[in-house]
Design a protein around this ligand. Structure first.
Ligand code: ATP
Length: 437
């Protein structure tokens, strides 16, 4: 399996991901997505939205604010309980998560450790001009609560009937004590979360449904069967709100780790918010003529963590004609650039014109790149390394026969087709994945 350093280095060299504010020495746990990274992550989010919202008639979308009334976080349990137990080394002053060290002494210098103290992971901030306690709130540590507080507004405005879901993609912030493994654990990241509201009693069936759907999503987008698994949490691991939780885990270079959690949250959140806000968040069930608090199944995924898993899984080294070929075998839906248009000779203006013209036409429908800055062999290698599924070359014969050659990234096979047919040919190849619904 590929080492994390290899991906970190490729990501930086090829414009996917850079350390944040690097010219100032960086800042731990924050990352910037470069020109190709933003395309890749947007494609991951788009594929999620397509599978979870667009292709279903029972899920709607939402985009709620990052900063919310601080009472939200009292009700959700985050103010009291969103903490990690931390210990400090009295000698070297380093701080560690108590549950991540073995033994009684500092793992760095063997110094004496303090008692464990609870450390809240939420970033505090102030709203308005006065920095006082009354104006204090938090950057959201998850997107889910924005969904729960809008439950009634969404349900009523859209006249939704159970079962139905509300989905949201957005930033979340956690002051993680041990950020690391590249973008696996950062302090600012994006979540893709959906709360699926069901009648109590139907929750276990729907839980199974969403486990299947979400596993299918990762597989359809190309994650290797043997590097992805479903693990049921032990009773002792469960969050206070959860009746049952499964983690979708991926075999990252550091070992199996959570990619997505799929929890049965019962009616915990709606009950808490009803109580704290004084607003009735029950649902009137016309079938039984009763007010009920729905149960919730929550698939909660990380856009950055998923992006990392797709990058790691796609990385391939092959030997072609005795030379090493590095290819990112990204699914076509995820590839940042769908096709590269390359003139075979860059000093022939007619070739360059024809290639540039084709790029103009294709750009209207697809994310494409024109490149004539190196020899064709080198251009192919660059595109392989960033996962571009198709390279289209314009050669001297193209001028006469108006045909171009299209090279497939994975098989390296080439086909020659009339230039006028390229947009529809490409369109046929790039039809988005048919996800299970
Ligand atoms: P972990 O145990 O790894 O800290 P968690 O159980 O706290 O994760 P959840 O609260 O269930 O994570 O969040 C749902 C998803 O959000 C995770 O599966 C992960 O994909 C993503 N996520 C959570 N924390 C981070 C982080 N610090 N950096 C990047 N992604 C994260």
């Amino acid at each position: 399996m590929v080492q994390m350093e290899t991906i970190v280095s490729l990501a930086k060299r090829r414009g996917f991901i850079f350390p944040s504010s690097e010219i100032y020495g960086g800042i731990g746990g924050f990352w910037d997505f470069g020109p190709l990274g933003v395309e890749l992550k947007n494609n991951v989010k788009r594929a999620w939205w397509r599978a979870v919202v667009q292709l279903r008639d029972d899920v709607v979308g939402l985009d709620s604010a990052i900063v919310m009334n601080p009472q939200v976080w009292e009700a959700s349990g985050h103010v009291a309980g969103f903490t990690d137990p931390m210990v400090d080394c009295k000698q070297c002053k380093r701080r560690f998560r108590a549950d991540q060290i073995e033994g009684e002494r500092c793992p760095e210098c063997s110094g004496e450790l303090t008692e464990a103290r609870q450390f809240n992971l939420m970033f505090k901030t102030f709203v308005g001009p006065v920095e006082e306690a009354a104006a204090q709130t938090y950057l959201r540590p998850e997107t889910a609560q924005g969904i729960f507080v809008n439950f009634a507004a969404v349900q009523q405005s859209m006249r939704l009937k159970l079962p139905f879901g509300i989905a949201q993609i957005g930033k979340a912030f956690r002051n993680e004590m041990t950020p690391g493994h590249f973008i696996f654990r950062s302090r600012e990241f994006e979540q893709m979360e959906m709360e699926y509201f069901v009648r109590p009693g139907m929750d276990e069936d729907w839980h199974r449904h969403w486990l299947d759907v979400r596993m299918g999503w990762y597989r359809t987008l190309g994650l290797s069967q043997e590097r992805i698994r479903l693990r049921q949490q032990e009773p002792g691991e469960l969050a206070h709100y959860a009746k049952d939780t499964f983690d979708i885990e991926y075999l990252f270079p550091q070992g199996w780790a959570e990619l997505e959690g799929i929890a049965n949250r019962r009616d915990f959140d709606l009950r808490q918010h009803s109580q704290f806000s004084g607003k009735d968040l029950s649902y009137f069930d016309e079938e039984t003529q009763q007010h009920i608090l729905p149960y919730v199944i929550e698939p909660s995924a990380g856009a950055d963590r998923a992006t990392l898993a797709f990058l790691l899984d796609a990385y391939t080294e092959e030997v072609v004609r005795k030379e090493k070929r590095v290819v990112l075998k990204l699914h076509r839906d995820l590839a940042p650039i769908k096709a590269a248009i390359l003139p075979l000779l860059r000093n022939r203006p007619e070739l360059v014109d024809m290639a540039r013209h084709l790029a103009v036409i294709l750009r209207r429908r697809f994310m494409v790149m024109y490149d004539d800055t190196a020899s064709i062999g080198r251009l192919y290698r660059r595109q392989d390394e960033i996962g571009t599924p198709f390279c289209i070359t314009v050669d001297v014969d193209s001028l006469a026969d108006q045909q171009v050659t299209i090279r497939d990234r994975d098989s390296m096979e080439q086909v020659r087709i009339p230039v006028a047919e390229v947009p529809d040919w490409l369109g046929g190849k790039l039809i988005p994945a048919p996800f299970q619904i």
